[in-house]
Ligand binder design. Sequence first.
Ligand code: SAM
Ligand code: SF4
Length: 347
Amino acid sequence: MRPEFLAAFERAATGKTLAFEDILALLPATAAERPLLYRLADQVRAQTMGETIYLRGIIEFSNYCSRNCLYCGLRRDNRELVRYRMTGPEIIAAARVAADRGIETIVLQSGEDGGYPAAELARTIKALKAELAVTVTLSAGDRSRADYVLWRQAGADRYLLKHETADARLFSRLRPGTGLAGRLTRLGWLQALGYQTGAGNIVGLPGQTLAMLARDILLLRRLKVTMAGIGPFIAHAATPLAGCPNGDPALTLNVLAVTRLVLPGAYLPATTALASIDPAGREQALQAGANVVMVNMTPPAYREHYFLYPGKAGSTLTPVENLEQILSLIHNLRGRKAGDQDGRANC
Ligand code: SAM
Ligand code: SF4
């Protein structure tokens, strides 16, 4: 094992605050070093967050997008994609399927769809809160402050706005017409409005370095996020990044594990992207610091069109099949249980 890894590991194991250099030493953990790193992240997760794996039902309610992110299949210029928008009643029906099975947090995700009226989404949020009493997380990208205010007043509890990369130049290159500063301003608005906020980053973006990944983790700490989504880049044939290598699943797990050491109390999903490029990815993530799983509850008629990247895990299953698969995976993880946000076992 590398001496610099062991020194940084020792600092993490004794509860010291990790500096940039420590993170940089831990991130490239080798095959020999990884078991040590993942075991420590798993222990920290158990001590701070317990054994519950929190299930979130995600409903991908619109795949229209006005942005042109170089990595994403929903990008505006992808003319191959069949576009859809779910109506309020369709969203509520999909959420009911989740709520009836004990999932108490619904994530409403979409492209940056300015054509989806903010007021219509607000009505749906109100109905979800009134009829199903669920926690509502939104993930609808960059919108105006007025929209965020409206949705918060309608009862939305959380907002997931991944910063994608903490490197301002890479950010602007991959998300044309936008900047990291604007993303961070929005995260500030969301926090000030009382949303529990989540950010997170993609691992393995073309042009990304380990130092950038270390800065991603430090940014998450500075933002004091409640949750952080960390998944690998997956190349999509209908995007300008077609043919670029996918993110490395082992490096993604390393980033996740180090994030757990730096943010002991965060909600960290075992991401769908990781499960999509590595069949064992979800299980491994849950044993390397993760404690959340997003269950895809998008109705079958729409889910194939929410085509962010190829091989998206669960995209051929019905919502209930998807949930059953995840529950069986959790069942096989010794000592862990599926539960809601209060830690009550619900499945
Ligand atoms: N449009 C909103 C936004 O960008 O914040 C939310 C929806 S977007 C589809 C959700 C997430 O998908 C993004 O935050 C990004 O990290 C991820 N994503 C998109 N394309 C990806 C790809 N090719 N590989 C890995 N993750 C990808
Ligand atoms: Fe649109 Fe989000 Fe995809 Fe960018 S990542 S193209 S904003 S859906």
